[in-house]
Design a protein around this ligand. Structure first.
Ligand SMILES: Nc1ncnc2c1ncn2[C@@H]1O[C@H](COP(=O)(O)OP(=O)(O)OP(=O)(O)O)[C@@H](O)[C@H]1O
Length: 268
């Protein structure tokens, strides 16, 4: 027979967290002595969007590059699916702030590039690329060059390229920072829909508190000199009500206020 105390214990026992990426006691000191990160530990859950948020210089990009395997930590380690990271890997894809599209290649070639690097045959990689070009709303632009695209379209191409390699983890460094507000909101909706469909795990960097609260399952607040974790927040509201209702939801507004009051003390 189940006793009340047994039920209580079961209720308060923390659910087992399925972390796809773990940053374990990461410190990073650059060659000039700058201490960018100090003892940073974060668990990034599978299928969730986690945002790194904090003032300029708190080490957000440094941490993203360490998770990507583009930069070694000075101390600590990153584990992806419980395996220590020693460099870039197929389960992680980086979406750069400046889109990093090759200016001399068409949208189709750019989007298919990750698969080209892996040696996937041309017709196969172009089929996959066309599918993702369509899913990010760029159908018809396959043969355009990056210079012929708007900022929002370039960002969509960058996202399509990251999706094409079928990585489980998308690392996105301020992907929507150079885009006007209307396009930013559209891309946020597109990203949430893609996450629902493709079941990706996303590690996202932004300067926008509103964007972080709107998009995230988890928000990790960092401070600088050296970069450290201040707090981790899970806003936990239901997005099913739609974007306008969410932005009026008291829990959304409270989370924005809470984060702002935490961060402003580190801005002076
Ligand atoms: N290659 C480098 N060599 C030396 N110091 C560096 C290097 N890259 C970054 N830093 C320093 O490390 C710290 C963290 O930088 P990082 O770019 O990771 O911060 P950030 O939070 O992403 O900043 P921002 O929000 O402005 O993009 C800063 O003090 C920065 O000047």
């Amino acid at each position: 027979m189940t006793t009340i105390s047994a039920i209580r214990t079961a209720e308060i026992e923390p659910a087992k967290v399925d972390a796809i990426v773990k940053a374990v006691s990461i410190s990073k000191r650059y060659g000039d002595g700058t201490e960018a990160l100090s003892d940073v530990s974060i668990e990034f859950r599978r299928g969730e969007l986690t945002t790194l948020l904090g003032p300029s210089g708190c080490g957000k990009t440094t941490l993203l590059k360490i998770i990507a395997g583009l930069l070694p930590p000075t101390d600590g380690e990153v584990r992806v699916n419980n395996k220590t990271v020693y460099g870039p890997g197929p389960e992680r894809a980086f979406v750069f702030q400046d889109f990093a599209l090759m200016p001399w290649a068409t949208v189709l070639r750019n989007v298919a590039f990750g698969l080209e690097l892996r040696g996937t045959p041309k017709s196969e990689r172009e089929d996959v690329a066309r599918r993702y070009i369509k899913s990010v709303g760029l159908a018809g632009s396959e043969h355009k060059f990056p210079s012929e695209l708007s900022g929002g379209m370039r960002q969509r191409a960058g996202l399509a390229r990251a999706l094409t390699v079928n990585a489980d983890v998308l690392l996105m460094d301020e992907p929507f920072s150079a885009i006007d507000e209307q396009m930013r909101r559209k891309l946020q909706e597109d990203l949430l829909e893609l996450l629902r469909e493709e079941k990706k795990s996303v590690i996202f960097v932004t300067h926008s508190i509103e964007e972080a609260v709107y998009l995230s399952d988890q928000i990790v607040l960092l401070t600088r000199n050296p970069g450290r974790v201040v707090k981790s927040i899970r806003p936990g509201f239901d997005r099913a009500a739609g974007p306008d209702a969410v932005r009026r939801d008291q829990r959304y507004l409270d989370a924005v206020d809470d984060i702002w009051s935490q961060l402003k003390q580190y801005l002076s």
